[in-house]
Structure formats: C-alpha cells, structure tokens
Design a protein around this ligand. Sequence first.
Ligand SMILES: Cc1ncc(COP(=O)(O)O)c(C=O)c1O
Length: 405
Amino acid sequence: MSSVSKRLLQVPASPIRKLVPLAQAAKKKGVKVYHLNIGDPDIKTPGVMMNVLKDWNINPIGYSQSQGEPVFLESLKKYYHKLGYPFIDISNIQVTSGGSEGISMALFAVCEPGDEVIVFEPFYANYNTYAVVNGVKLVAIRTSIKDGFHLPIKSIIEKKITKKTRAILICNPNNPTGTVYTEEEIATLVTLAKKHNLFLLSDEVYREYAYDGRKQVSLLAYMKQIPKQAIVLDSMSKRYNLCGVRLGAIVSLNSDLMAGVLRIGQGRLSSGIVDQMIAAKLTEVTPAWLRETHDEWEKRRDVLFEGLRKIPGVVITKPEGAFYTIVGLPVDDSEKFCAWLLTDFRDPSTSSGQAETVMVAPAGGFYATKGLGKNEVRIAYVLNTKDLKRCIELLSRALDVYNHR
Ligand SMILES: Cc1ncc(COP(=O)(O)O)c(C=O)c1O
C-alpha cells in the first residue's frame, strides 16, 4: 500500500490559514468577516509597477535566468547600495520565488538533516514548514510579552548552542511580535555567530517598517564582519505591497553558498519573469510613496494599540515595527476563541444591520513549546483605520459575550 511519508505528516497546518474554512462558512451565511489573521495588506501596489502589466508586450512569456532576471538583479543591487551597502554585487544576490523559498533554500544550504537552528519563540509559524521540509530541527528560545519580546541575555542564548547547532534565524522587524531588535541585540548575535562559528540568518521582510523614529538594524551592516556566515533573507511582498508577485532574495557574501543556491535555482528553473519585470520598477518607487506607506502602518499601529489596551484583560506591548502583534486575551484557549468568533459570534453593523465578526490567528502555532500562546492571538493590522476601529469594537464585544456564555 502506498502511504505518504512520515515527514509529510509532520508539516503543520498554518495557524494563519487553518481557520479559513470556518470563515468561508460564515461568509456563505452572509456574515461579514474582517480579516486580521493574515499579512496581506489592503494598500495599493505602486502605479509604476502596475503599469508594467498594462504595457506588457513580451510574447511568449518565457523563463527567466535562474539567478534572476538581469534587470531585476540590477534594481536590487541599486536598492542595497542606496540603503548604504555598496559592497553588495549582483553575485551576492539570488532571486527567489518569495521570501518563503529563500528561507527554505537557506536552511537547506546551511544544514545537514538533523542539524539545529535556533529561533526565538514566538516566531513566524511557516519556519516550521521550512524546517520540516529540510529535515532541520528548530530549537526555540522563549521571549515574552512582558519584555516586548526582546531577546534574552547572551548566556541564555549560548546555553542552547549544541554540537548540532548550525545557525541562528531571526526576523527583524518581527512577525509575529512587532519587535525591532536593538543594535546591541544584533551585535550580540553576531558575536555568538563568530564565537561558535554559526550561520546567522536574518529575515528582513519588514525592513522599512520600524516606528517611533527607530531604524531597523540590518544584518547587512555586519555582513563584512562575518562574510561567510551572514545571510539576509528579503522579500518584495510587504515593501511594495506585492504579495501576489512571488519574489524575494537571498543576499550573502559567501561565494560557496551563492554558487549552491544558484544550483538549486537552476533545478527549479527560474522565478516568474512577469513578476520580476514588475518588481524591477522598485527603483522608480518614490521615497514619498515609501514614506507614506510607512506612516500609514504607524498610524494603524497606534489605532490598534490604543484601542486594544483599553479592553479589560487584554495584554499588549506597543509594537515597534512590521504590522503584527501578539496580544494576550482573557480566554482559556485562544484556538477555541478564534474558532468561536467565526462559528458563533455575530454583531450587527450599525449602518447596514449585516452580521459581522473578526478573524484573528491563535498564537499557539507561533510557539514551538507546547502550551505556550494558549491565551494569546496574533493580529495583523492590515486594514484601514476605520475598519480597524470596528475590529477592536468587535473583539471587545466578543470577549464580553464569550466570557459570559
Ligand atoms: C516573517 C516573514 N518571513 C517571510 C515571509 C514570506 O514572504 P513572501 O511573501 O516573500 O514569501 C513572510 C510573509 O508573510 C513573513 O511574514
């Protein structure tokens, strides 16, 4: 009898998407569901990028080059130079089909099966998928809401390093916590990578989104100090609101690594050419557009934080970046609460009378340690401020009803 592999069965369902069937069932019954469960923003893609589709005249639509389409690679190079890293050359960039593919490729590139990679929980839940697919064991070090999910001291991290540890993987600014690591935190990780000869992987999908005047500290700034070990993982999805254009990049000065990921790239032929021609316009996206987008996120962050912290029993620290936060709720089981929001809770809209509810992601799937996150949810504040205010109202009412059932 043919049965699927044991490791396939280890791939977890994404906590971000697993309640989608419940949301669809609610919608079928005419309920309006506000989605705060997934980081798929409503902000428009820049016009210069949309125009590529309007003016498209390349026929046939063929493959691109395995490393990346030259015009897109050139745009990425210019982008990194403008950020202040003129040492990044085309040879240091591998285009990937989304940051997702880049992270997975990077894990494959640095680990043997069974090797360990240190992450800080709660962490981006899909790291679990990439780890299982690559036979890698994630070793999670706990961070907590009361410290704003900042990193523990060096000695605590160091204790988790074993003979099998190959890398430390961080996400900065962080999804799901909204934490932006300080210069000191990044420097500590670089010191540990040097001392223990580890790879340091920095997922910087949300690089531009740091608030209250903070500046994200990129691993690119340390790349020359640990040229063989530093790997930056990038994505076009959030910076330019291009989630459906599946593009990201691996950036590294390690020539063996770059040659290897190119070979993987050759095996999967290429990333999409249409996607890359759209994203290549990133050099024409104005600083004003980027600034406005950043400010819109910061405004949404403020609305969410101010609204949620007034709800009795809610625990929240002010998110410092990205567009997510982990929130403690006065419920015994957030998984059940999130499902109940979709199956049972309905609040009539004051204007139309239509029943409404809100979808958020239970936080348990963002932790490796069983039992953690049980009374927390992850919120992606990806809606405009009016809708966000309504979502806060819905959550507040729902908590009241849920706890008085
Ligand atoms: C932290 C983090 N890393 C990677 C990704 C993957 O992004 P992409 O759309 O480029 O695959 C996401 C997407 O939400 C993310 O939040």
